[in-house]
Design a protein around this ligand. Structure first.
Ligand SMILES: [Zn+2]
Ligand SMILES: [Zn+2]
Length: 433
């Protein structure tokens, strides 16, 4: 009546030595057959047996007048209180928890034969809570480089039931390690980041701008540290093709557009035009390269603790190419405008790059400054990316659509035989790299 042959053998020896006649059954069906044919005084049943559950066997034994009087002792490794109570309610004499102590088993058998009360059932006693030292309790690494996405939408903020999972704030990310971090872009996502920084108190904040299209600067006037004395905000950007960085940010809060002017901001704001030299901020090193996007748009590479992250939120890779991704190699003509950026992003530990349009959408949006899914896959492959986070989601793409687009992206990468860890970014997402 015990499906583990070693335990069955031990029980048999124990009971035989104590002077009982013992027969074994391998499963529930055999158990019932023997109960009818052999009429034992006691049966020892396992709760989980092959072919038939122990509770089922118990029910049949107790429902049949021929076998009702047989004493049933149940053994179980799964000592859930509900199971034990059910077995007792259905007429089991005792329930013993495995591994069953020899003394307990003999005591239960003898009590039944002497018509005494069943033995105290240890399984019904409350299981003591684990002591903290026994619990495996991993914690998030505090000193691993991280990226936190505060805004992952392109073009314009969106909200509503279709955007709940990925969020609707425009581009803003924080890259850092521990308490040290830099910010890339000031889309609407920077508003929430600003509230957190304001809580922590004045410090020097480093804000790197990829370009000054609305979706990358529209949160700037709502960045709380700008209005708090003691904060210093350093804004970095490439020299544009027209107005300089400072004029663009000042113009954004011109009284025609915004109620509070630049001179009313209480923080010290400084503008720095990037040079080819890396910018060293605390223990982070930041470099940049131009992407293919209208206006002077750049992508960043941040190195921290020996790890590298490449970030290019707006980049039209393989401009005008609509063909199969397998056909593109490093030597293809199509690659000519993209070689520098590709080299810049190669072999990073984490690649953050857009794949904004489905291929049919891209057919109608060439030179809008964004990549088709399959062209972005070519970049991920040629840059030998091992992890790729897709950001800068189109405002037309709701959650379910983005899920499907991600599955298509995986399928294309499979076709390209480039296995890569892949995910869609969402507002609030944190990744360690
Ligand atoms: Zn953008
Ligand atoms: Zn743009």
């Amino acid at each position: 009546m015990e499906d583990d042959p070693v335990t069955a053998c031990l029980f048999q020896n124990l009971l035989t030595t104590a002077g009982f006649e013992v027969a074994l059954a391998a499963d529930g069906e055999e158990c019932l057959a023997r109960a009818e044919a052999w009429s034992p005084a006691i049966m020892i049943l396992d709760l989980l047996m092959p072919k038939m559950h122990g509770i089922d066997v118990l029910r049949r034994l107790k429902n049949s007048p021929a076998t009702r009087a047989i004493g049933v002792i149940m053994c179980t490794a799964r000592s859930y209180k509900a199971d034990v109570q059910q077995a007792l309610a259905m007429g089991a004499f005792a329930v013993l928890t495995k591994p069953v102590e020899r003394g307990d088993l003999l005591a239960a058998v003898q009590r039944f034969l002497r018509h005494e009360k069943p033995p105290l059932d240890r399984t019904l006693l409350a299981t003591p809570a684990a002591s903290p030292g026994e619990i495996y309790a991993p914690v998030l690494p505090k000193d691993r480089p991280f990226i936190r996405f505060w805004g992952t939408r392109g073009s314009i903020p969106v909200s509503g039931p279709g955007y709940i999972r990925h969020g609707g704030d425009t581009s803003c990310v924080e890259v850092g390690r521990g308490a040290e971090s830099i910010i890339i872009d000031a889309g609407s996502g920077i508003r929430e980041l600003g509230l957190r920084l304001a809580q922590d108190g004045p410090r020097r904040v480093h804000l790197f701008i990829t370009h000054t299209h609305w979706d990358h600067i529209q949160g700037f006037p709502f960045f709380a540290p700008l209005f708090i004395p003691g904060f210093e905000v350093v804004v970095y950007g490439a020299s544009g093709f027209g107005k300089d960085l400072k004029s663009i940010f000042q113009g954004q809060v011109d009284r025609d557009y915004f109620p509070v002017q630049f001179e009313d901001m209480r923080a010290k704001v400084e503008f720095v035009v990037l040079t080819p030299e890396p910018v060293e901020v605390e223990n982070l090193s930041v470099t940049w390269e131009y992407t293919q996007h209208p206006q002077a748009t750049i992508g960043y590479k941040v190195e921290v603790a020996g790890r590298k992250i490449g970030y290019a939120s707006d980049d039209e890779f393989l401009i005008g190419y609509h063909g199969a991704p397998q056909a593109i190699t490093l030597d293809s003509e199509w690659m000519t405008p993209h070689r520098r950026l590709l080299e810049f992003l190669s072999d990073v530990d984490l690649l953050v790059h857009e794949a904004q349009y489905t291929n049919p959408e891209y057919g109608a949006k060439v030179r809008w400054g964004h990549s088709s899914v399959s062209n972005a896959c070519v970049l991920a492959k040629l840059a030998r990316a091992r992890r790729w986070l897709v950001t800068h989601h189109d405002p037309l793409h709701e959650d379910a659509f983005l899920d499907e687009k991600l599955n298509v992206t995986r399928e294309i990468l499979r076709t390209l035989e480039h296995p890569v860890e892949l995910a869609n970014c969402f507002d609030g997402m944190v990744e360690y790299f």
